[in-house]
Structure formats: structure tokens, C-alpha cells
Design a protein around this ligand. Structure first.
Ligand code: ATP
Ligand code: MG
Length: 475
């Protein structure tokens, strides 16, 4: 094993860091994610963690002086940390520290420490690798816990006893699973057991921090790895009880339904292959959550989940709120996807009519392509014939959407005849008749009775007004 890894710190910034440290007579190391990702040949991150044995803030100030171009420096005196932004890099400085924890908080009591103390407080052996920056040890790897070997063996392991590491800061349970998912590593057995034992302590972690890790899991190549680990460790029931409730297969009178939890994981993996849109991935994760509360067994029809899309879309709001996620357009998008998630399937099972496609475009608006992507990912049948048929049907639906779009411009529908014109034509004050006529025009267009054009809509309005006993105002 090579001890010196100068190429890891090729970038000229590291020379300056070393110079600054030598001038202040303190030791400095680059540590954590940057070193790990260098050895993994991943794109090395833009955030670089520097630990100083002494004051991290002093080191940052010195570096700022040595760097040309007046870099932006931010000091967090309460935490004893500092950050410098320089040419797209974010340098984070911290003094080496020793940490001790209390039962009810994941915020440690901190005191100054040695490099060794600082490596001990790190979450995983692969995140505790440090490389020397001072002239005397420039490029020297300090790896007290065999992190390099764990990188080779693809193992997530804690430097100290796992039960203590996870109990001290339960966020590390989420981080272990997230790294296992991102790097496609195994979690060491001792760690897995400790996570299971400490799962309830996830309650002291803020929702925001949990969501950060969930988002990272959802953005991995194969999100089911992380989601299955959440399930295996039983953390899932604290974060997403709605998903836990989907697990299991019931049988009644010889009829079984599919396991909607494992189905959901397949759908998320499928969609991860076709989109990097985080919110579409969220929609895949939540698209079936309404199935647990709506599940029923009917003697004649077997298992049904009537209205699960509507119930599910309501649950999305409560879930986002509970996890303190912003209740904004993204949330509404996820709700909409869940609400409409069965529509293309129903549509493609029958003859694909123009009017059904127009209604779909009307309801989904600009998100109709995303909805199709979700529905394609939802095909998890193992029967190749069925799979082919479903995919073909969706292809047809997509084609039809295009055709109908070009002809009828239903997306972001604007009524060709306005409420004002209706009022003027029949000399009406604001009244329910206006709404009735407007709705009738929209329906006629969606049904294909009239084209989405002014002349046709105007004539239709006159007829409809006549039906309602309204007379046209004389000029
Ligand atoms: P990424 O930036 O991809 O999330 P990272 O390893 O750089 O990965 P950061 O959150 O940036 O993760 O943290 C930087 C380093 O700080 C980690 O490598 C690890 O050594 C340490 N660290 C971060 N969070 C914790 C924690 N909760 N407990 C212990 N050490 C931690
Ligand atoms: Mg980082």
C-alpha cells in the first residue's frame, strides 16, 4: 500500500494550505469526502474538508491572505469553523476536536483534540482518511482504521464501536444507508445490528436532515438499495409508515394481491433509469401509498383499491407536512402525478379515443409527459408478452397526445369564448348561467363535438344560451 498520495493533492490550492499551516506552525490535513472520493476515482467533490490541529479559523485567515484574488471567507466563531469560496471550490476549515455526546441530543460537547481524536469522531472508516499537508508529511496518508481496505472491500464500517457511533449521532444511520446506496457498498454486520438497535433514536434527528439523506438515496442509480436497507433496519416505519403499510401479500379465497411495497421499489428503480427529476422519483415512491387504506376484498371482484389515487394524493400533503418539506409547487406536482397515476393505464386498456386523450392532456397539462414516464415505470410485470403490450399501448398514447396536441391545443387550455363575451352577448350580470355555458363549451371541445376555435365556440354558445332561455342582446 502506498503511503504517499501526492497526486490526490495535485491541485495548487493544497500547496497554499500547506504553506499557511507551516507558517502558523500547526498541522493540517485534508480529510473526509474528498480523500474518499479520490481513492474511489469518483469526481472529487468541490467541498474540501481541512482539519487543523489548532485553530481552523486562524488557518482559514492565513489561507485567505495567501490566496490571490480576495476570496470570500465566512467565519462561524461559535462552531470554530470557517469557509472559503475560491474558484468554484468550497474549503471548510475546522480545528481538530474531541466530541462527547449526551443522550437527548445529537449535538456533541466539543473540546480541542489531536488528529487522532478528530478521526475517532468521524462516522465511517472510509470518511476518516486524512492526507498530510505540511511540508514534512505532504501527501502522507493517515489511515488508522484501515479505511483504504474498506474502500477496496466496499464496506461501510465505523471507526469505533458501532453501538456508540450510531447512538451518539443517529443521523449516521441515515448516512450509512445513503453511502451504501450511493457507493453500492455493504454495511458491516455490526453496523447493521447497531442501526436496528438504535432505530428509535432517529426521532432526535431533525426532519430536514432526514429528507436530505432520502433525497440523496432517491437520486442514486438504483434507489431500491437504500430503500430496502431502510426497510431491513426498520427505520422505514419511522420515516415512511405509509410505505411500510404497503408491505405484504394477503390471500382470500385463493386470491392474492401483489406486494405493493416491493412493487414500489421496482417502480422507483425503473424511473431512475429514465429521469433525474427528483420530484418524479418522489412521485414514483409515493404513487401507491393510497393502496393500504383503500384495500378491500370483494367476493366477486377480488382485491380492489378503489380511489387509491385520490386518497394517495391527499396523503402526499400530510407526508410532506410531517417531514417539514416545503408545501410548494413540487408537492403539488407529486400530488398530481399520484392522482393521475392510473389514468393512462385505464386509457390504454380500451380503445384509445381522442376524447380520452384530450381529457388526459387537459388534466395533466404540461406534466403529461412526466405522467407517461411514471406510468411506463409502473410496468413491473414479469410476463414479457404483457410487458410488451403495455409498453406498446403507452407508445400509442404518447403518439395520440402529440396528434391531439397539434390539432386541439388542449394543454394550458384557455376557453376560446370568455365569460365577458358571454355576459355581453346575453346582457347578463355575473350569474350561474355563465359558468354553465363555459363548462358546456369546454366539455364539447374535450368530447370532440366542436373544434377548439372561436367561431365554433361562439355558435355553440348561442345555441346553449337559447337552450337556457336566454336572448341575445340587440345591437
Ligand atoms: P458528501 O459530501 O458526498 O455528502 P462527505 O463524506 O463529504 O460526503 P459531508 O457531510 O460533506 O460528507 O461531511 C464531511 C466529513 O465530515 C465526512 O466525510 C465525515 O468525515 C464527517 N462527518 C459528516 N457528518 C458526520 C457525522 N454525522 N458524524 C461523524 N462524522 C461526520
Ligand atoms: Mg462533503
Amino acid at each position: 500500500m502506498k503511503m504517499y498520495h501526492k497526486s490526490a493533492i495535485d491541485h495548487p490550492i493544497f500547496k497554499i494550505l500547506g504553506e499557511a499551516a507551516d507558517e502558523l506552525h500547526l498541522e493540517a490535513y485534508v480529510i473526509g469526502g474528498f480523500v474518499r472520493d479520490y481513492f474511489l476515482n469518483r469526481d472529487t467533490p468541490k467541498d474540501i474538508d481541512i482539519v487543523a490541529v489548532g485553530s481552523g479559523i486562524d488557518l482559514a485567515r492565513k489561507v485567505a491572505v495567501l490566496l490571490k484574488g480576495n476570496p470570500e471567507i465566512t467565519l462561524f466563531k461559535n462552531f470554530g469553523t470557517a469557509m472559503i469560496k475560491h474558484k468554484g471550490l468550497e474549503l471548510e476549515f475546522v480545528g481538530a476536536r474531541k466530541e462527547s455526546y449526551q443522550k437527548d441530543s445529537r449535538k456533541p460537547i466539543v473540546e480541542d483534540g489531536t488528529l487522532e481524536d478528530d478521526q475517532n469522531r468521524r462516522d465511517f472508516t472510509i470518511n476518516a482518511l486524512a492526507i498530510g499537508l505540511n511540508q514534512k508529511n505532504y501527501g502522507k496518508l493517515l489511515d488508522p482504521f484501515n479505511g483504504l481496505l474498506d474502500l477496496e472491500r466496499k464496506i461501510i464500517r465505523t471507526p469505533l464501536r458501532p453501538s456508540i457511533t450510531y447512538s451518539d449521532d443517529p443521523l449516521r444511520m441515515m448516512r450509512a444507508i445513503r453511502f451504501a446506496a450511493q457507493l453500492e457498498f455493504e454495511i458491516a454486520l455490526g453496523s447493521l445490528q447497531a442501526i436496528m438497535e438504535n432505530k428509535e433514536r432517529i426521532k432526535i434527528v431533525s426532519k430536514e436532515r432526514i429528507v436530505v439523506e432520502i433525497n440523496k438515496i432517491l437520486m442514486t442509480k438504483k434507489p431500491s438499495i437504500g430503500l430496502a436497507l431502510l426497510h431491513k433496519t426498520r427505520l422505514l416505519s419511522f420515516i415512511f409508515p405509509e410505505l411500510t403499510a404497503l408491505q405484504g401479500i394477503e390471500e382470500m379465497e385463493g386470491q392474492r394481491h401483489k406486494d405493493n411495497f416491493w412493487h414500489t421499489l421496482e417502480v422507483v428503480d425503473n424511473i431512475a433509469k429514465t429521469t433525474d427529476n427528483l420530484w418524479l422519483r418522489w412521485a414514483a415512491l409515493l404513487h401507491d401509498i393510497g393502496k393500504a387504506p383503500t384495500k378491500k376484498f370483494h367476493k366477486k371482484n377480488g382485491w380492489t383499491f378503489h380511489g387509491h389515487e385520490f386518497v394517495g394524493s391527499k396523503m402526499v400533503y400530510r407526508l410532506f407536512k410531517r417531514l417539514k418539506m416545503p408545501l410548494n409547487d413540487k408537492m403539488k406536482f407529486v400530488q398530481k402525478m399520484v392522482l393521475l397515476s392510473s389514468r393512462p393505464i385505464i386509457l390504454s386498456e380500451k380503445h384509445v379515443t381522442d376524447s380520452a386523450v384530450r381529457r388526459l392532456v387537459f388534466d395533466a397539462g404540461d406534466h403529461v409527459e412526466d405522467l407517461m414516464t411514471l406510468c411506463e415505470a409502473d410496468i413491473t410485470t414479469k410476463n414479457p408478452k404483457k410487458q410488451k403490450r403495455y409498453l406498446n399501448n403507452f407508445k400509442l398514447v404518447r403518439q395520440k397526445i402529440q396528434e391531439v396536441e397539434e390539432r386541439d391545443r388542449i394543454r394550458n387550455f384557455q376557453p376560446p369564448v370568455t365569460g365577458e363575451l358571454i355576459m355581453k352577448t346575453f346582457n347578463l350580470k355575473p350569474s350561474k348561467e355563465i359558468g354553465i355555458i363555459k363548462e358546456a363549451i369546454k366539455e364539447a371541445i374535450l368530447e370532440g363535438e366542436i373544434p377548439n376555435e372561436y367561431d365554433a365556440a361562439y355558435q355553440f354558445m348561442l345555441n346553449k344560451g337559447n337552450d337556457l332561455g336566454l336572448s341575445v342582446k340587440e345591437p
